[in-house]
Design a protein around this ligand. Sequence first.
Ligand SMILES: Cc1cc2nc3c(=O)[nH]c(=O)nc-3n(C[C@H](O)[C@H](O)[C@H](O)COP(=O)(O)OP(=O)(O)OC[C@H]3O[C@@H](n4cnc5c(N)ncnc54)[C@H](O)[C@@H]3O)c2cc1C
Length: 450
Amino acid sequence: MDTEILIVGAGPTGLTLAVDLARRGVAHRVVDHDPGDFAGSRGKGIQPRTLEVFADLGVIDAAFAHGGPYPPMRGYQDGEVAWERVMAPTMPARPDVPYPNPLMLPQWRTTAILRDRLAELGGRVETGVEFQGFSQDDDGVTAVLDGRSVRARYLVGADGGRSGVRKATGVEFVGETYEQHRIQIADVRIDGLDRDHWHMWTNAEGPVLALCPMAGTDTFQLTTTRYDETDLASLVREVSGCTLTDVGWSSQWRANVRMVDRYRVGRVFLAGDAAHVHTPAGGQGLNTGVQDAYNLGWKLALGSEELLDSYEDERLPIAAGVLGISNKLFNRGIGRSEDAMDRSDPVLRQLGLHYRDSKLSVDTRAVAGSLRAGDRAPDGLAGTQRIHDALRGPQFSVLTFGGADYPGGVAVTDAPAYDIDHGYAVVRPDGYLGMIATDPADVRQYLDRF
Ligand SMILES: Cc1cc2nc3c(=O)[nH]c(=O)nc-3n(C[C@H](O)[C@H](O)[C@H](O)COP(=O)(O)OP(=O)(O)OC[C@H]3O[C@@H](n4cnc5c(N)ncnc54)[C@H](O)[C@@H]3O)c2cc1C
């Protein structure tokens, strides 16, 4: 074998997986056909659950150092301010939820932070390397990179919506392209516009132009329904009266709502946009990719068939749910909060996502509580330590409650979100509750399974 895990694509998904494998000491290679670093602000909303993942991966301080909160939205009609509202109310931190609010972080910054972390852990992205195809057998995968064969135990396609890995597996990308929904998106510099609002201009036909000040930069993310407009400076002047001084990265986007019906084909796995694409409404895409990777990393590291199969079982329903959420928001229209979905919804913040139906989720209590196996492990106190700090790292952890004892267990002292009087919660390496039990023998048996 040339490597254990070959990752194609160094976007947020591939980089998250690479960081997770690097900290576990699992041999891997990550390749990307782009010669340089991604430059666009694209997926700018980091959801609270992803912030928890970032804390575990050791990049949360960098994320907060460069990111910031979403500003209030300000709508203009006929040159006048017509409305102002917040996208979602700012929530206070709670004992069980350390990061309650989304963080705005341009996508180029997120990938830069992950790349830096990978370098700290001794890894690196091989840029300018093109994936061209693969074959697989019982022992591994032979991938073709720039005309040369590379042998790996497993291949992960984290190569975005047009995924060559997905195409090579023959797995279909089922769904629709909405030709009528197109936007142009660009990173621009603007004179004469305050950076305290996300400015949105509409006319009788609907939204025309939005300018969102990007946290940690002097740029705005411009989005316009004038898909084919080549003269963005004239558009900005005509619609807003402001002066556009610079255009950086830009892209045209069509609404594609598609997903795969398989996440695994033998030794090949699909993750992130390679497995699901949807509208940007609700800011879910990058986050779902990061969490695909975080679900897959420890399973690849341990390598049992049961765990590898559980990746699809757990993540496919999540992607289907996300497609529904983002469509719902998109169809209702960004900026029309009177009928929009509640953006403080824990599902949107991805804190309410769970794996309760997974075969890996086991509850041996006689009577289940409101917190179940498969739920995200809430935060709380374990003596002088936060529970999430005690869980940090690539290992399984055992939380103990009400004086129950377990070798190496973490005694929880104050955590209202855990309705466990006496017993144990096994927390998986990705921060979900694998088992809730009252008998330590059940815990031992569960851990032995992996
Ligand atoms: C306008 C817009 C706004 C968005 N806003 C949000 C938001 O607020 N929040 C959010 O969560 N998401 C948002 N998204 C979605 C988000 O940008 C994507 O979900 C995210 O980029 C997916 O990450 P990924 O790593 O899976 O794929 P990508 O970022 O597409 O990365 C794939 C990588 O694979 C490489 N690659 C492709 N083919 C090959 C090959 N053959 N060989 C080698 N390398 C290859 C590419 O160069 C690329 O670097 C938005 C998207 C758009 C378009």
